[in-house]
Design a protein around this ligand. Structure first.
Ligand code: FE2
Length: 386
């Protein structure tokens, strides 16, 4: 609600207060308002980018006057520039920061919904042909990826490289030492254990990269092998469980960096130093790195804390391995799945030597996916003042 009916300048012009009839209010600082002004001298009308630096705004900026009119417009005059700028109340309301959220470490935004194995009965799916023809259906599918970190695309072409057509629906593929895409086939002398018929514990891909691949697309071309089902585990749900069952362990895995490494071929040596559980500075859970194959020797945990760190790592692994956490499915040729690799762990069951299993994978970036989603939802230009 932006039904403000009064404004007052407070703290000698350092801030203003918008008041509603019911007595609730929102405060904004002079420096915040000045920096975020939408006038054409501050923001480019063409691309929305800011035209001034923080140093060009006087440190002594204060509010000289603030007037609210009947058109839900707030007119503010800043001193010492003697500059007058209009703000829409709905815009201010949408960007309100005058709140004190009680957020415990590991909190998640509303746009994120965690799940366990029961998710298998409601996996988001979309047909490839429909995705190409129906922007609303594609938007819904991308929104499901944002919410659950996972979705399936069915009905794609059964031909090598078709995964790039799926990725092109929403974004851009990151090229790595594995190429623009990579093959997941059984090999006799594999350079990576993914290329065998062994089962693989649920994991996130390539934690030895910094930044990690943010999404992974795995595309099925053949799947006649006995077994070999894919499964996914919501790493965020696993972390939530760990926090509940073992708060000290949760703290250890988030406060200390692990190390990850891959040097499986002579031309590659990738290393990273990042925590298994990554939190933003305000405690938001933003990432999980979990991969037994590529975890290197951990050397950033104090001697005294190492046993408890290992116990916490074991505890998290036990949760990840809990069958109740896994959503399983089997891909048909032409089907693919997309996971948020910063959150959802993927694995596969072992499969027998008869029949064949051929997948191709690539790493599209999540920022492009979220951008496409925002554009499809017609809110890509958040700078719009109206
Ligand atoms: Fe993988």
């Amino acid at each position: 609600m932006s039904d403000f009916d009064r404004v007052e300048v407070i703290d000698n012009g350092a801030a203003l207060r918008l008041l509603r009839e019911d007595g609730s209010d929102l405060r904004f600082h002079a420096i915040w308002l000045r920096d975020n002004a939408l006038d054409p001298a501050t923001r480019s009308p063409g691309n929305g980018q800011r035209l001034i630096t923080i140093g060009e705004i006087p440190a002594a900026t204060r509010i000289e006057s603030a007037v609210l009119d009947a058109a839900n417009r707030l007119t503010v005059t800043f001193a010492p520039e003697n500059k007058t700028v209009d703000f829409r109340l709905a815009w201010l309301n949408a960007l309100a920061y005058d709140r004190t959220p009680a957020m415990e470490a590991g909190w998640l935004p509303e746009s994120c919904e965690t799940w366990d194995g029961g998710f298998a009965t409601r996996l988001p799916q979309l047909d490839f042909t429909r995705a190409k023809q129906d922007p609303q259906a594609l938007a819904n599918w991308l929104a499901a990826v944002r919410r659950f970190g996972f979705a399936i695309m069915t009905g794609g072409p059964v031909e090598s490289g078709a995964l790039l057509e799926v990725a092109a629906l929403f974004g851009f593929v990151r090229e790595t030492n594995y190429g623009r895409w990579f093959e997941v086939k059984s090999e006799i002398a594999p350079s990576n254990l993914a290329y065998t018929s062994l089962g693989l514990q649920a994991h996130s891909d390539n934690p030895y990269r910094d930044p990690v691949p943010t999404m992974q697309l795995l595309y099925c071309l053949e799947n006649t092998a006995e077994g070999g089902e894919s499964f996914v585990v919501d790493g965020f749900r696993a972390v939530q469980r760990l926090r509940q069952e073992n708060p000290d362990g949760f703290a250890l895995l988030s406060r200390h960096c692990a190390r990850f490494e891959y040097a499986g071929t002579s031309d590659t040596h990738l290393r990273s130093r990042k925590p298994i559980i990554e939190l933003a500075p305000d405690g938001e859970l933003v990432g999980v790195r979990f991969n037994n194959r590529s975890m290197a020797a951990v050397t950033d945990v104090p001697y005294e804390a190492m046993p408890a760190y290992y116990a916490a790592y074991r505890h998290l692994a036990t949760i990840v391995d809990d069958p109740a956490m896994a959503a399983s499915f089997k891909l048909e040729p032409g089907a693919s799945f997309l996971v948020d690799n910063t959150r959802v762990l993927h694995g596969r069951k072992g499969f027998s030597g008869s029949g064949s299993r051929w997948l191709q994978g690539c790493y599209p970036d999540k920022d492009g996916l979220l951008s496409t989603l925002a554009v499809l939802q017609n809110n890509g230009r958040r700078i719009a003042a109206e």
